[in-house]
Design a protein around this ligand. Structure first.
Ligand code: ADP
Ligand code: MG
Length: 301
């Protein structure tokens, strides 16, 4: 196969591993800087240009689109889809998972366990939103945050109110969530590929930190999921329409609750913690599904 990988930094562990895994399996993988692609949106003849040349002959595309370039990145990916190139994850699915409120709504629609989550546009409703979420302690999140930045724990209603007002005043969208205290600063990430959990790890936040993100100093260990956690992760991936993703869950008293579904999960933490070849699983998925010219998505809106 000739595979394109949309990524900005060729030197990231995950990107190097995906290239290595593709080559080990006898494929060609070209790393394409998403923001350097330019497109011709001509009727029935979608084209993408890169470094002065038209991109042709690709069987599959692996989108590794950073959160800061979602808008342009998904447009480039959509163009690949319109050209009939099979995406590891579809552009629409990435769009769903990048918006925390939208993804919570879709997960709720499918009956998947979530922390109590509330949202309002108008700062005048702040008090009601706090009440609806069950009162402090509460977690307040930017809708488009990542790596734990923009996730705040407010211990009292008063601090929650100030944080909400500050975020709203800065013109950013937020949601307010019940704080799952019993998770104890630990969350579970399950990697789902092709409707199966292929790996799972437990991430524990640094001392005194409720956020377990590895980027915030958290550490990863291998974990065995319960049948319910496994089923929840698979359902969440399906609900988003993602073929390969990281599903983040908290262990609440009443069972697993989903925090988010990540369409470009980092591979370093989970491969090192579990010793598994997850990049290889993603390439294997493409081998099974990327039949040239048989791409089901043609760039769904
Ligand atoms: P990001 O996209 O920035 O990673 P998350 O929603 O995943 O944002 O939250 C970051 C971390 O904060 C999580 O991994 C988890 O450890 C902690 N966290 C998030 N929401 C809650 C919650 N409702 N209750 C308890 N801990 C939470
Ligand atoms: Mg997260």
């Amino acid at each position: 196969m000739k595979i394109a990988m949309l990524a900005r930094n060729a030197n990231l562990y995950s990107h190097k591993r995906l290239k290595e895994a593709a080559e080990e399996r006898g494929h060609e993988l070209h790393i394409i800087d998403t923001l350097r692609c330019y497109m011709n949106i001509a009727a029935r003849r979608p084209e993408i240009y890169y470094q002065g040349e038209k991109l042709t002959g690709f069987d599959a595309v692996i989108p590794r689109i950073g959160a800061s370039v979602t808008f342009y990145g998904t447009a480039v990916l959509r163009q690949f889809e319109m050209m009939g190139v099979y995406p590891l994850n579809e552009s629409v699915a990435i769009g769903r998972s990048r918006d925390k409120l939208r993804s919570m709504q879709l997960l709720a629609r499918d009956g998947i366990g979530l922390p109590v989550t509330t949202f309002a546009h108008d700062p005048k409703q702040t008090e009601e939103v706090l009440k609806l979420a069950g009162g402090a302690p509460l977690v307040i999140k930017l809708l488009e945050g990542t790596q734990g930045i923009g996730v705040v724990l407010a211990d009292t209603d008063r601090s929650a109110k100030s944080v909400i007002e500050a975020f709203r005043g800065a013109g950013v969208n937020i949601m307010v969530q019940e704080f799952i205290k019993e998770a104890g600063g630990t969350d579970i990430r399950a990697i789902v590929v092709g409707g199966k959990v292929v790996a799972a790890m437990k991430r524990t936040g640094a001392e005194g930190e409720f956020r377990s993100n590895l980027h915030r100093g958290g550490s990863a260990q291998v974990v065995k999921l319960t049948a319910e956690e496994r089923a929840t992760a698979i359902r969440a991936a399906k609900s988003m329409g993602l073929n390969a993703c990281g599903v983040d869950m908290l262990r609440a008293n009443h069972g697993p609750v989903i925090m988010e579904v990540n369409s470009s999960p980092g591979l370093e933490g989970v491969e090192k913690a579990t010793g598994l070849d997850i990049a290889g699983k993603m390439i294997e998925y493409l081998e099974k599904n990327a039949t040239p010219g048989k791409t089901r998505t043609k760039g769904k809106g």
